[in-house]
Design a binder for this molecule. Structure first.
Ligand SMILES: C[S@@+](CC[C@H](N)C(=O)[O-])C[C@H]1O[C@@H](n2cnc3c(N)ncnc32)[C@H](O)[C@@H]1O
Length: 183
């Protein structure tokens, strides 16, 4: 998938305003850079991965003046981040066992109304590279259980090589009265 396709997948969930975001499980930073091109100049992105090597090739400052800060932690154990306007988590949730706990952790670090965008495979089938599949209906259930609004689809992409479909879904942290309305 090239940068333009990644941007198209998540664009619906990313406002073109200045914000502080995180890319959790950033890897080599594919989606970090896509996100950097969607956010307004002056934004900050925390590229978080437990593997310090993976994201070390990312530029500290991206072309359109978005600052990228690297953080090396296990995201299931801690998220040492300031209050965030948004989180992108691409191809990561299906590697994690306590998925609802991870989403609760994301919710805690999001500012009220903060957004969560996940990119996942639309499949229920376990394969070695998708050990805990998160098709859209499962993400819907996980998000609601973790205190998020019902997710909406941001985009889909069918792989020309193996015909699997990826989707991006966006949701937002809900609080107080809003939470009562959604339950
Ligand atoms: C399949 S790669 C996805 C990379 C990138 N988001 C993308 O879509 O190109 C999964 C990444 O999640 C990271 N990861 C998996 N579990 C993690 C955890 N518990 N804490 C931090 N990073 C994790 C891995 O190190 C790896 O870089």
């Amino acid at each position: 998938m090239d940068r333009a396709e990644m941007k198209a997948l998540i664009a619906h969930g990313v406002p073109d305003t200045v914000g502080v975001w995180a890319d959790l499980g950033a890897g080599t930073g594919n989606f970090t850079l896509a996100l950097a091109e969607l956010l307004a100049s002056g934004s900050i992105i925390y590229a978080v991965d437990r593997d310090p090597v993976a994201s070390s090739g990312l530029p500290a400052r991206h072309g359109n003046d978005v600052e990228i800060r690297l953080v090396t932690v296990d995201i299931t154990k801690q998220l040492p981040l300031p209050p965030l306007d948004g989180i992108v988590m691409a191809n990561v949730l299906h590697w994690v066992k306590p998925q609802v706990e991870l989403l609760r952790g994301c919710r805690k670090v999001l500012a009220p109304g903060g957004r969560l965008i996940v990119v996942e495979y639309d499949t229920k089938r376990r394969v070695p590279w998708i050990p805990v599949p998160v098709p859209p209906a499962r993400f819907d259930a996980l998000a609601r259980a973790a205190g998020f609004a019902p997710p909406t689809l941001s985009g889909t992409r069918r792989s020309p090589s193996n015909r699997t479909t990826m989707y991006a879904a966006v949701t937002e942290r809900i609080d107080g009265d809003q939470a009562a309305t959604h339950h």
